[in-house]
Ligand binder design. Structure first.
Ligand code: DQA
Length: 147
């Protein structure tokens, strides 16, 4: 069974209470439980991790090499700043779907820049927690087509 890492970055541990007008009221624990459930239905084994630290996110991507088959990554603000994370995504060669709860393209100009998008398999933004489900579906389809 293909194995997927769902990796969340800084401040996403605060979901549920953090700026609910933008990010909604669903907690990270609820999103992660939904990912595991969605993964089960798609025949994927889902493991979830979150860190507020850039290096820990890099380490998590490295640790996924040879262990996981793909990654759903919401890197939070590091999306817009981190060359190290971009290099980790391209360096591991893992298929990564970039996810954002909010539509980053409809927000401040600095959020409209992603260092990850050019090395990601694809990007899903603006659909709230459903974006994680969509990303898992996309990865399942990609892995299936790749064989
Ligand atoms: C986010 C968007 C980022 O710009 C922001 O820094 C986040 C969350 C999102 O899911 O919409 O922390 O990645």
């Amino acid at each position: 069974m293909p194995s997927i890492l769902v990796l969340n970055g800084p401040n996403l541990n605060l979901l549920g209470t953090r700026e609910p007008g933008i990010y909604g009221r669903t907690t990270l624990a609820e999103i992660e439980a939904d990912c595991v459930e969605t993964g089960r239905a798609l025949g994927l084994e889902v493991t979830c991790r979150q860190s507020n630290h850039e290096g820990a996110l890099v380490d998590a991507l490295h640790a996924a090499m040879g262990v996981q088959d793909g990654v759903v990554l919401n890197a939070g603000a590091y999306t817009h700043t981190s060359v190290a994370l971009r290099d980790a995504v391209s360096g591991t060669g893992l298929p990564v779907v970039e996810v954002h709860l909010s539509n980053v393209h409809a927000r401040e100009p600095f959020r409209q820049v992603s260092h990850l998008a050019p090395v990601a398999l694809g990007v899903i933004a603006g659909f709230g927690p459903a974006g994680y489900r969509l990303a898992l579906r996309a990865l399942a389809g990609h892995l299936d087509a790749r064989g």
